[in-house]
Design a protein around this ligand. Sequence first.
Ligand code: SDX
Length: 393
Amino acid sequence: DFGHFTYDPGFTSTASCRSDITFIDGDEGVLLYRGYPIEQLAEKSSFLEVSYLLLNGELPDKNELADFTRSITVHTMVNESLKNFFDGFHYNAHPMAMLTAVVSSLSAFYHESIDINDPDSRTLCAHRIIAKMPTIAAAAFKHLVGEPFVYPLNRLSYSGNLLNMLFSRPSEEYEISPIAEKALDQLLILHADHEQNASTSTVRLAGSTGTNPFAAIASGCAALWGPAHGGANEAVLRMLEEIGDASRVEKYIAKAKDKDDPFRLMGFGHRVYKNYDPRATIIRKTCHEVLDDLGMANDPKLELAMKLEDIALKDDYFVERKLYPNVDFYSGLIYKALGIPTQFFTVLFALGRTPGWIAQWTEMVEDKEQRIGRPRQVYTGAARRDYVPLDKR
Ligand code: SDX
């Protein structure tokens, strides 16, 4: 019994695993990381502190946070030969393709030193992955924009380092905007974990075979990329660009309701939340603040998104199906305001989700009752029959 929540034992029959990490109540719109409400963490914590919480189960004290921060920053560099990967990508390669490939290649550098049965080795892998994801992501970004890679600067905060690697250039001084740094750190917190979503379940299933954590995290990147999952933040911006202006909203709402039309309202609906996604509530507020601070309060895309939300939330089709904005509906508008191109949005989702993936992987590996994942099926194919020679067909 979680205080005012009661855990429905019947649910365990369909649950893929037991976990101590994240709790979601879809009907109530509740999200807790290790028991702490997402609203409080988003407002008061930092991404590295939340990463520590997800990995260790408790909030760190000052020394623990300082040690953890140091244990991450010492691993922000990647092997110099990793840069050769990017030379092989086409100039307009999708950054999620680059991220998935290069994260997987980390296995090539560390596979001899990884012992997933050794807690210290697992911790080292966790720190390396959390530390190197921004460096790899920023390298993909620089490849996309045709600019030289920028090395991490460990005196900067996690999000400040990421912004610097994304936007600084040899030709000019780059000053990190505190607005951008705070907004980015909060978005990373909001994406950090979400119990057994598709990409986390992929990480757990891949990891259950005993493969190394770099390969398991790469499988999570691949699953996250889909527009029904983490790729939705990119799809929302493309949808808003296609709708163009408020006069066309009703037409697209009708398309979303048409069973024969594959169009869905991107950023709306959720497998678990049948209420407002608590992350969307926070992101919506941050979106207004950031665009206000950046003098972009009249961004036509924001106005269009708000109009879309307003009409959909009053439409019986969405109300009856309990379809509300999810984490992806407003996040892209903030990324865009920070100067991040649309095709890079899902990479930022992956960066945020990394501590959650690695915490869930660790929990799975440490569970001594854990066996290799092996989903079964309901067979609906042909009954047994004998082979028919070619000349008889
Ligand atoms: C994420 O699982 C997680 O935790 C994921 C995530 C995380 O943090 O890891 O929260 C991140 O992936 C959020 C979701 C991002 N995806 C999108 O925004 C894409 C648009 N959303 C839809 O594709 C959809 O809502 C899904 C994929 C999110 C959920 O799909 P389901 O499970 O099929 O949705 P459902 O069972 O609730 O659908 C019920 C009805 C269906 O119609 P009927 O068959 O009842 O007539 O609602 C319809 C659906 O067709 N529907 C939509 C819709 N979402 C559901 N109709 C129009 N537009 C939509 N967005």
